[in-house]
Design a protein around this ligand. Structure first.
Ligand code: C6P
Length: 414
């Protein structure tokens, strides 16, 4: 039984200082990791050690600390490459977050390649980060955004996906895992279909997948794959764009300035090599180094173990929620191909009231549209409550979730 995994349960107790806090006099139960995760001591220590012992700007100084900071920063690029099995560190670009990574592709590749009449195919389950940049690009260039529907069971309609792709499709972009429904989409299969039927580039939004399951970008075969460090134990302010080298080489920089050039004259500039061509200005140096510690932490368990552990938690929470009269769960009702983000409602109780009642019990959940308003429109509700788990959650946290729901039911007489 994975709950007996000593390493994992010890980690829960030992490694995350914030989880020892009390809220309103109660044990702090954190069930909002899909929004952003808590940080282990190792990440806090790595960032603090950087600032205390060797902080300096990277790629610039010819002195010891700058060289050491540059080395530490570039070592993390290799850790990211290995974590997602990319072919080369030239394909790993550090950005601020997944949102910026998607905007980079929309601005750089999109503006150069999208023409009137082209189609951009995304899905109804997208986060605004993988929706608004494409709407803006389409508006500016006279292209059209089309949305692959979801089924009544909260899965992507694969037949519709296939039938909506044509030679007109120039960009296909989809979430590997939905932040609301928890649905895990068959990324490699979708890429294959897109390749067979269109000349489109394919971007996968991995914000909710890389933190929770093993991801092999070469096996998936997309052109771009994006994610954020803060959703996988790392600090906020660091994101990743993985891109295929052939495409990145052809693309113009998204932002220009220091560090992304090889030569500048009064007449113009030449671009730096990959990946630095896309990293203008001073990056979040200590943040990237902290992210490296987060990758080490996750790698020590292995992503298969992390995924299996979360599946156990979901397998407890999902049927327990579904069994409560008056509770509606959005997204797949079975744990197969499903992540641990569970959006739900309790009768007519407003999700903000649900979250406030949970907060009184020391439990943090998210309430609102989770930056997916069109998806909520499709679901027929303006907002939902959402619980999401990570490797530091325990069966006791699931029990707290269920107790919280019963308290809401009692107050609202559901
Ligand atoms: N979802 C949530 O509570 P950033 O903010 O750039 O790190 O991540 C954006 C993003 C992109 N795609 C998906 C599928 C996401 O879930 C998110 C972030 C958080 O669901 C914050 S809105």
């Amino acid at each position: 039984m994975v709950f007996k995994n000593k390493k994992l349960s010890a980690a829960c107790i030992r490694d995350f200082p914030i989880l020892k806090k009390r809220v309103h006099g109660k044990r702090f139960v954190f069930l909002d990791s899909a929004a952003s995760t808590q940080k282990p001591q190792a990440v806090i220590d790595a960032m603090s050690a950087c600032y205390k012992n060797y902080y300096a700007n990277v790629h610039r100084g010819i002195y010891q600390f700058s060289e050491r900071a540059s080395e530490a920063y570039e070592e993390v690029r290799e850790k990211v490459r290995s974590f997602i099995n990319a072919g080369s560190t030239r394909e790993i670009i550090f950005t601020r977050n997944a949102t910026e990574s998607i905007n980079l592709v929309a601005y750089s590749w999109g503006k150069a390649n999208i023409r009137k009449g082209d189609e951009i195919l995304i899905t109804e389950m997208e986060h605004h980060a993988n929706l608004v940049p494409w709407q803006e690009l389409a508006k500016e260039h006279g292209a059209k955004v089309r949305y692959v529907p979801i089924t009544g069971r909260g899965r992507l309609d694969l037949d519709a996906f296939e039938s909506m792709i044509s030679v007109k499709t120039k960009i296909v972009a989809f979430a590997h895992v939905s932040n609301v429904l928890g649905t895990i989409n068959p990324a490699a299969k979708l890429v294959q279909i897109a390749r067979k039927k269109s000349p489109a580039i394919v971007l996968v939004d991995g914000a909710q997948s890389v933190p929770h399951l093993p991801v092999d970008v070469q096996a998936i075969g997309a052109d771009f794959y994006v994610f954020s460090a803060h959703k996988m134990l790392g600090p906020s302010g660091v994101g990743v764009l993985h891109g295929r080298e052939e495409i990145l080489s052809e693309m113009r920089p998204f932002m220009t300035g220091g560090d992304m050039i090889s030569k500048v004259t009064f007449e113009g500039a030449q671009w730096n090599d990959l990946p630095w061509k896309f990293e203008a200005g001073t990056p979040d140096i200590a943040g990237v180094i902290g992210f490296g510690a987060a990758l080490d932490y996750l790698s020590a368990f292995g992503m298969k173990t992390v995924q299996a552990y979360e599946e156990k938690l979901t397998a407890r929470a999902l049927p327990a929620l579904l069994a409560i009269p008056g509770v509606e769960v959005y997204g797949p009702k079975e744990t197969r191909d499903r992540s641990s983000a569970i959006a739900f409602s309790v009768g007519d109780a407003h999700p903000h009231d649900i979250a406030s009642i949970f907060d009184e019990e020391g439990i943090a959940i998210r309430a609102g549209d989770h930056c997916a308003q069109p998806l909520h429109e499709k679901l027929g509700v303006p907002a939902t409550a959402r619980a999401s788990f990570y490797l530091y959650n325990t069966p006791a946290d699931i029990e707290a979730l269920i107790r919280g729901v019963y308290k809401v039911k009692k107050i609202f007489r559901v």
